[in-house]
Ligand binder design. Structure first.
Ligand SMILES: [Zn+2]
Length: 132
C-alpha cells in the first residue's frame, strides 16, 4: 500500500508523521514555549529543513544566539520561505512560512545582526535539523 502522502517529514526525516504539537504550530499558527527547543543549543553544521515537507530552509551558518528562547537565524536559503503580515495578538508582525508547504514556521523581526539586520525567530518543532 502507498504511504499516506499527508504525513510528510517529521523530526526524524520524511515519512514520519508530525506530532500533535508540530501540527499545532505548522498548520495552526502555534508557538512553542520559549526555551523548550533542543535546537536552541544546536551548534553543529548542517541544514535545517521544514518538518512539514522537508524543504531546505536554513544553513546552520545562518543561525545565531539571539537570547529569545527560540532558534534564530539572520538569513534563509534562497526561496526557502514566504512572509505575510500578521496583525494578530494586538501586534503587527511578519509571519514566516515554508515556501514549499506553507506551514507556519515563526516570525521575522528587524532587530537581527548584520549584515541582514533580520531575526528569523523560528519554532524548533517546525524544523528538522540534519547534521552534515
Ligand atoms: Zn514545508
Amino acid at each position: 500500500m502507498a504511504q499516506d502522502q499527508k504525513t510528510g517529514c517529521g523530526p526524524s526525516g520524511c515519512g514520519v508523521p508530525l506530532t500533535p504539537e508540530q501540527e499545532r504550530i505548522l498548520h495552526g499558527h502555534g508557538t512553542e514555549r520559549p526555551g523548550s527547543s533542543a535546537l536552541n543549543a544546536e551548534k553543529r553544521a548542517g541544514i535545517y529543513h521544514c518538518a512539514g515537507c522537508g524543504r531546505s530552509l536554513f544553513d546552520a551558518a545562518m543561525k545565531y544566539e539571539s537570547g529569545s528562547g527560540w532558534p534564530s537565524f539572520f538569513e534563509t536559503l534562497p526561496e526557502a520561505v514566504g512572509v505575510t503580515r500578521d496583525a494578530s495578538h494586538g501586534m503587527v508582525r511578519t509571519e514566516v512560512h515554508c515556501a514549499g508547504c506553507e506551514g507556519h514556521l515563526g516570525h521575522v523581526f528587524p532587530d537581527g545582526p548584520r549584515p541582514t539586520g533580520l531575526r528569523y525567530c523560528m519554532n524548533g518543532l517546525a524544523l528538522d535539523f540534519r547534521p552534515s
